[in-house]
Design a protein around this ligand. Structure first.
Ligand code: HEM
Length: 432
């Protein structure tokens, strides 16, 4: 049954009044209803305004601001991303609520900066993630995929997310950063807490989600500090060594910059790719014909299939931008300080940009999706790596567990930010 298809929805929402993107209950709705709501927004209210969610009893001051515009059309998301001079990332961070300055500095890193600072920070790490560097670690990506599949192959069922989709990118990013295997579980649990922002499974009972977020970031920071100390004296070829020994025009990264880089890279490198890999299994289960197309001609279909998976899954739902001065977007006049959320999920289903956007099509070409963000200075740094990871894990799975299918509905992450899947039971013929 095509669960994302707009024609299949229940009739909800009747009108804009039914839709509140700031209410978590909206994000609990079935995917097809969410799709229907975004379709309504795109076609009738492409720049609708919403109140900001209220976060009560937070341990730091998080003021509810004046609201935000939901940018839902592909062309408007693209325009905003291309013009950071008008739609910036550094004011109050890329979250809905403005974070206190110390928190922006510490936890959001370069994703919440603008030029010239952004260019300086991005230069330091871009080498580690460029196509040449990703090619250089292809062997280790292949090896880690084999290891992850080895661990489940002799069973005939598993939880695809916790057994395959989560450990694979986790191992790769930990390997790249130089984090030891003993610390991987800590990295996983901290990044779950940071990006889920409140899903009960990842926040200890009785703990405020903001407290849990801060504690998780502090844990990652101390892990990084320990590692950085080692790497200062004895650098290796890992990314942490490059960060601690970075020399930009005679300047080193500050301790805060180091910490925020580490938090950003391990969280961004983990949750997103896991989400894409998990959605792929659900999509293949619901669209076995598409799976067969890719299985039959793996190499010939890989590049379009991988991008279709990212479009389909849209792992990151939105990023925020803030207006720097009077301008217009989507026909709406904006003034300095206005907040915009760029809804990538909606842009990725925009009928103006895609032929039959509700169809999962592993041969889709062209596919101008904005799953990695739209072109602009903040375009996902890890896109080459993520594409490679998705391709390699599916090659391994098709070869060794060719009849792998999901056996129940995905258990979804309760989040308006990551379109996550927490659990996805699956079965397959056990392989020796
Ligand atoms: C399927 C997987 C992934 C998806 C869907 C994804 C998506 C995104 C999106 C939407 C953005 C924001 C773009 C913008 O604001 O314009 C972003 C930025 C970023 N991503 Fe990814 N990402 C993925 C994998 C990765 C991986 C594996 C890494 C590696 C560490 C990574 C590192 C980053 C970083 C560092 C940024 C900030 C870039 C900047 O501000 O200059 N991402 N990603």
């Amino acid at each position: 049954m095509p669960r994302y298809c707009c024609e299949m929805h229940s009739g909800w929402p009747g009108s804009l009044a039914d839709v509140d993107l700031s209410d978590l209950a909206f994000w609990d709705r079935p995917w097809d209803e969410r799709e229907a709501a975004f379709r309504l927004l795109r076609t009738e209210h492409p720049m609708a305004r919403f109140e900001e969610p209220e976060i009560l009893d937070a341990p730091v001051e998080l003021e509810t601001g004046p609201g935000y515009f939901a940018v839902t059309r592909h062309r408007d998301v693209t325009t905003a991303s291309r013009h950071p001079e008008l739609f910036c990332s550094s004011k109050g961070a890329v979250s809905i609520l403005d974070l206190p300055t110390e928190m922006v500095e510490y936890f959001s890193g370069m994703i919440s900066t603008d030029n010239p600072r952004h260019a300086r920070l991005r230069r330091i790490v871009s080498n580690a993630f460029n196509p040449r560097r990703v090619r250089a670690i292809e062997d280790s990506i292949d090896r880690l995929a084999t290891q992850v599949v080895d661990r489940v192959a002799t069973q005939s069922e598993c939880d695809f997310v916790t057994d395959v989709a989560a450990p694979f990118p986790l191992r790769i990013i930990c390997d790249m950063m130089g984090v030891s295997p003993q610390d991987e579980a800590t990295v996983l649990s901290c990044s779950n807490t940071i990006l889920s922002m409140g899903d009960e499974e990842y926040v200890p009972q009785g703990t405020h989600p903001v407290t849990a977020f801060i504690e998780a970031a502090m844990t990652l920071t101390s892990l990084m500090e320990e590692l950085a100390e080692h790497r200062l004296g004895t650098p290796t070829d890992d990314v942490t060594s490059a960060l601690v020994n970075a020399d930009i025009d005679g300047e080193a990264l500050t301790k805060q910059e180091l910490a925020s880089f580490f938090v950003l890279l391990v969280t961004a490198g983990n949750e997103t790719t896991r989400t894409a890999i998990a959605h792929a299994l659900w999509a293949f289960t619901e669209h076995p014909g598409q799976k067969a197309i890719w299985q039959t001609d793996f190499e010939g279909t890989a590049s379009t299939a991988v991008d279709e998976i990212v479009r389909w899954a849209s792992p990151v739902t939105w990023m925020r931008r803030t207006v720097t001065g009077p301008t217009t977007l989507g026909g709406v006049e904006l003034v300095e300080g206005d907040k915009l959320l760029l809804f990538y999920n909606s842009a990725n289903r925009d009928e103006e940009a895609f032929v039959e956007p509700s169809r999962f099509d592993v041969r889709r070409d062209p596919n101008p999706h904005v799953g990695f963000g739209a072109p602009g200075p903040h375009f996902c740094l890890g896109a080459h790596l993520a594409r490679r990871e998705i391709k390699v894990i599916w090659r391994e799975l098709f070869e060794r567990l060719p009849d792998l299918t999901a056996t129940a509905e995905p258990v979804r992450l309760r989040s308006n930010f990551i379109n996550g899947i927490k659990h996805l039971p699956c079965s397959f013929t056990a392989a020796p």
